[in-house]
Ligand binder design. Structure first.
Ligand SMILES: CC(C)(COP(=O)(O)OP(=O)(O)OC[C@H]1O[C@@H](n2cnc3c(N)ncnc32)[C@H](O)[C@@H]1OP(=O)(O)O)[C@@H](O)C(=O)NCCC(=O)NCCS
Length: 136
């Protein structure tokens, strides 16, 4: 997970932060290579409080991006949300248009903005807050 994290994110989480998600109220799922079940290609981490899920992290190794893995991970999260009758919240960098396109295509809508939320190598950028209502 750490290798994928470092390769795919502008400001990657540390090993300690990733490890801290392996506890109650967190859902951590990975997507493994068909030919090598030991090779992790992507993962997501969601935190649950009651009937609300928050997508904390999703990443696919750059070498495996654009092949439908991110969408498949999100479909898994939607299935989890259905199971718990939960809505889903997430935050995404304003500059991350490919992730925003993915979320919009799965009926997430922009519900707010956190100005200067994310650090950049130089300066900061806004977070777009997105929400998907629970399925009936
Ligand atoms: C966002 C991310 C998880 C998507 O994973 P992926 O496996 O590349 O995505 P998919 O191949 O399933 O594509 C899903 C959709 O994302 C969008 N997308 C993916 N790559 C894109 C690109 N290069 N340009 C534009 N849109 C893109 C498209 O809407 C695509 O839909 P389509 O399949 O109908 O074309 C992946 O790009 C990633 O790990 N990015 C770095 C980490 C990150 O930004 N995480 C999100 C933090 S909020």
């Amino acid at each position: 997970m750490l290798a994928i994290e470092k390769a795919s994110h502008v400001m990657p989480w540390s090993a300690t932060t990733l490890s801290s998600c392996f506890q109650e109220h967190y859902h951590v799922y990975g997507w493994f290579c068909d030919n090598d079940p030991n090779q992790l290609l992507g993962f997501y981490i969601a935190h649950q409080v009651g009937d609300e899920l928050t997508l904390m992290n999703i990443a696919v190794h750059p070498a495996s991006q654009g092949q439908g893995i991110g969408r498949a991970l999100m479909q898994h999260l939607l299935e989890l949300a259905r199971q718990y009758h939960a809505s889903i919240w997430l935050e995404v960098r304003a500059s991350n248009s490919s992730a925003q396109r993915l979320y919009s295509s799965l009926q997430f809508t922009e519900v707010g903005k956190r100005p200067n939320y994310y650090p950049l190598a130089e300066g900061r950028e806004d977070a777009i807050v997105m929400h998907r209502v629970a399925d009936d």
